[in-house]
Design a protein around this ligand. Structure first.
Ligand code: SAJ
Length: 438
């Protein structure tokens, strides 16, 4: 029996030891799913604090159920480490590390490269490595494979197996989870693909094979590009409607009554998170290698990135219409997270808007039920309670994130004026005279 047969058997019986590198919003849910079906999972996390939290069953990812984490950790099925020493024990190594951008929007593969080098040092025959991080087409075959083969002397498709399977996590989505979200898998040799499909089928309902790692990489970055471009389209429409003095929300709500051939996207204060604003630029960068300009990606990024400034200027206009200079205004910003019903404020457009307003001399307070403290523009702000007094005390309430749990009817009733950048008040039975929509 060769090493691939042994590996397939271990995967089928769930005796395979799985190592998940990176226990963030992708890695931790994935690790828990594998542990729940009986795999022994070694999490490798660069943050000692996070590793400690996992080992103490202290959940820090909203999409992971506390009781499930407690169960798998309690059973010894999931243990977190901060070093790679034991990765040679793993039969399958799943890499879920960040793929950020540099300041000038070029890929930063440093996490992938450093993790791959650590794995390569300990690589042994019979291991499967899969990359889940969103990246440009070619990363698995052109960056990871050479490191793994040159450092270990082993050969992909014969001694070890390598595949790409993009994460498809929609943070906060209660309907689609790691288990029931279709999973694309690609590899540049048939045996790696076969073994990777078998591995993912153990915990994911539907696996979608494609013919290469590159194709799988492009699938993912296309998915995020699709969203970035469509969000930019409605953001541009919002700016045009502002000039036309038309209500973009009325236009979009009516357009979305078309029963076919359209899909709802809505304007906002900008595009946040660590995917949509970043991932498409991985493809833009790769395309330049082929003397190809991905105009849609560049334009979408440009439009989405200018939305915070558009909100800033709209705020000035609203204050001016009320005879209030920004430097003498007090604004209550409702929502700091990058999207509703979660507390992640990385790349959040709300934070950029707050930073702009602080620069304009506005006295800014914010309320976000999911974000207790917020370092912004050199200030350390803390979320204020959303009382009738704090609402009435502000010259303007600016809704930057449309968290479900906020009582928007009361907010509008108690506010002097509301700038709603998310359209969340547009269908409410409240005094719409006080609401200015983006
Ligand atoms: N946004 C808008 N208008 C819209 C939709 C979103 O302004 O119509 C904004 C959001 O407020 C947010 C940003 O865009 O600031 C990104 O929102 P998102 O939900 O598209 O992105 P993420 O990063 O939370 O999650 C996405 C996944 N979301 C969905 O598919 C709905 C998916 O694109 C990826 O699987 C995931 O990122 C990832 O990890 O790549």
């Amino acid at each position: 029996m060769d090493c691939s047969d042994k590996l397939k058997d271990k995967i089928k019986t769930h005796e395979a030891i799985v190592s998940v590198v990176g226990l963030g919003y992708v890695g931790l849910p994935f690790a828990v799913e594998k542990a729940k079906v009986g795999f022994r999972v070694m999490g490798i996390e660069q943050s000692p604090a996070r590793a400690e939290q996992v080992n103490r069953s202290q959940n820090y990812i909203g999409d992971v159920k506390d009781e499930e984490l407690k169960l798998v950790v309690g059973e010894g099925k999931l243990t977190a480490f901060t070093d790679f020493d034991r990765v040679s024990e793993a039969d399958v190594i799943v890499i879920c590390v960040p793929t950020p951008l540099t300041k000038n929007l070029t890929p930063n593969l440093s996490y992938i490269e450093s993790v791959t080098a650590e794995v390569a040092k300990r690589l042994r025959p019979g291991q499967l490595i899969t990359l889940e991080s969103t990246t440009y087409p070619g990363t698995t075959d052109e960056v990871m494979k050479p490191i793994l083969e040159q450092v270990s002397g082993l050969e992909q498709g014969k001694d070890f197996f390598l595949a790409y399977s993009p994460e498809r996590v929609d943070p906060g989505n209660k309907r689609y989870t790691t288990r029931n979200t279709n999973k694309v898998v690609g590899a540049s040799d048939p045996l790696s693909l076969e073994i990777a499909i078998l591995f993912y089928q153990q915990t994911i309902l539907h696996v979608v094979p494609v013919g290469s790692a590159k194709a799988a990489e492009l699938v993912k970055v296309f998915e995020n590009t699709f969203r970035a471009v469509n969000i930019a389209l409605v953001n541009e429409l919002a700016i045009l409607c502002d000039r036309l003095e038309l209500n973009v929300w009325e236009v979009l709500d009516a357009a979305n009554t078309k029963p076919f051939g359209i899909m709802p996207f809505y304007p906002g204060p900008g595009v946040g998170g660590h995917c949509i604003p970043l991932d498409p630029h991985y493809l833009e960068w790769k395309a330049k290698e082929f003397n190809f300009n991905t105009h849609f990606i560049a334009l979408a990024g440009e439009i989405n990135r200018k939305m915070p400034q558009f909100v800033r200027e709209k705020t000035w206009r609203v204050l001016n219409q009320r005879g209030i200079a920004p430097s003498r205004a007090k604004i209550l910003v409702v929502g700091a997270a990058y999207k509703k019903d979660l507390g992640d404020w990385r790349e959040s457009p709300a934070v950029e808007v707050i930073e702009f307003l602080l620069k304009d001399g506005v006295e800014v307070v914010y309320h976000d039920p999911y974000v207790a403290d917020l370092p912004v523009g050199g200030h350390e702000l803390s979320s204020v309670d959303l009382t009738d007094e704090t609402i009435a005390d502000a010259d303007l309430v600016l809704i930057a994130t449309d968290h479900t749990r906020i009582d928007y009817v009361n907010l509008v009733e108690k506010a002097r004026a509301v700038l709603d950048t998310r359209g969340v008040t547009r269908h409410l039975d409240c005094n719409q005279e006080k609401v200015i929509l983006l």
